[in-house]
Design a protein around this ligand. Structure first.
Ligand SMILES: Nc1ncnc2c1ncn2[C@@H]1O[C@H](COP(=O)(O)OP(=O)(O)OP(=O)(O)O)[C@@H](O)[C@H]1O
Ligand SMILES: [Mg+2]
Length: 331
């Protein structure tokens, strides 16, 4: 159906202006962006849709595209010394397990013999210090020029939480964030890092756009749960990164399924294979599925991540499989 809607729209408005098509209950919602509405054409389009899908109503929304500067040379990248490759962990929606994935993925990359750094750049909910079990502001080098990263479970780490007060209102945090994140990443004394993992802010906001323009990413890992709502946001996230010319490494499905500890039966609490399907539809790589598991939550809340404390568990293998795929992709 979506393909057919797509075809109908392109009879009336150019393909590149279609920002999204959603079907919610009996309504088709079409977002067109970067183009002025021609009311007569919109009526023709609506009539055509009405004829093709008589049981659906349609809404057509015109939005202004955010100006994203895609020129490769137009915006200077931050210089980050002592770091070979950088990957971002992002999600369109909050609370889907982005930070949990970032931490365990960083540890899994380290298990694969890489020298790893983990940066907490999530200004809205910095949680890496809790998950890795460190606290406070990083030490400053003797010359007063750089931060010394914390070192936990063999990985180097710093958090934006140390520079930005959690009690500061969000709007101010947002305004200061770009500069603070730049300082955090470029002024830390990284020791020979093969792969830096960055826990990105959720969503598709300005800070995220700045980061994707300023950091020379090898690619982005998108975390989503299998639910429709999370997936719609994951798709938005993927598209935002693509617009800034940032490569997508693939999609991880978190909280994918639940194995009952009593009967061993698998339940697909948030539906099944949603992210895998979405990855396929978008032509992106499906990197793997992580189950919904009490031990994953408890260990990350306690500062003892599952990959560090249960190296032989199936959960650790799941993260290591994802790590392996990423290493193969970024070389
Ligand atoms: N696979 C999982 N199984 C069980 N619990 C999980 C799993 N992944 C994440 N959680 C739990 O879900 C909660 C949210 O996870 P997390 O903080 O990693 O999400 P997030 O996307 O970073 O959220 P935020 O947007 O708040 O930064 C945490 O309590 C975490 O321990
Ligand atoms: Mg988080």
């Amino acid at each position: 159906m979506e393909k057919q809607i797509y075809e109908i729209i392109t009879e009336y408005y150019p393909r590149q202006n279609i920002a999204g098509i959603k079907i919610i209950r009996n309504r088709i919602i079409i977002e067109l962006t970067g183009i002025a509405e021609n009311p007569e054409i919109t009526i023709l389009l609506k009539n055509k849709l009405q004829t093709a899908f008589s049981q659906y109503k349609s809404s057509i929304v015109f939005t202004q595209e955010k100006q994203i500067n895609v020129g490769v040379n137009a915006i200077e990248k931050w210089q980050i010394n002592g770091v070979k490759k950088i990957i971002g962990v992002a999600s369109g929606k909050g609370g889907v397990g982005k930070s949990t994935t970032a931490v365990n993925l960083a540890l899994a990359l380290s298990n694969k013999g890489k020298n790893v750094a983990l940066v907490d750049a999530d200004i809205y909910g910095p949680s890496i210090p809790t998950m890795l079990g460190y606290e406070g502001t990083p030490l400053i080098s003797e010359d007063g020029e750089t931060f010394i990263p914390f070192k936990e479970y063999g990985i180097q780490s710093v958090s934006i939480g140390s520079l930005i007060d959690r009690n500061t209102p969000l709007i101010w945090r947002g305004a200061k964030a770009g500069g603070a994140i730049e300082q955090l990443i470029t002024q830390t004394a990284w020791d020979n890092v093969d792969i830096m993992v960055i826990d990105m802010p959720p969503g598709t906001g300005d800070i995220l756009i700045t980061l994707s323009q300023r950091i020379d990413f090898s690619g982005i890992v998108i975390v989503s749960t299998p639910q429709d709502i999370a997936l719609i946001d994951a798709i938005k996230g993927v598209n935002m990164f693509k617009k800034t010319g940032t490569h997508i490494l693939g999609i991880v499905e978190n909280m994918s399924y639940f194995i009952c500890p009593h009967c061993g039966q698998q339940s697909d609490i948030f539906g099944s294979h949603g992210a895998q399907q979405t990855a396929q539809n978008m032509g992106e790589t499906f990197l793997g599925a992580i189950p919904l598991e009490i031990a994953i939550r408890e260990t990350s809340d306690n500062g003892t991540p599952i990959v560090a404390v249960a190296p032989n568990s199936p959960y650790t293998s799941a993260y290591e499989n994802i790590a392996e795929k990423i290493i193969n992709k970024i070389g």
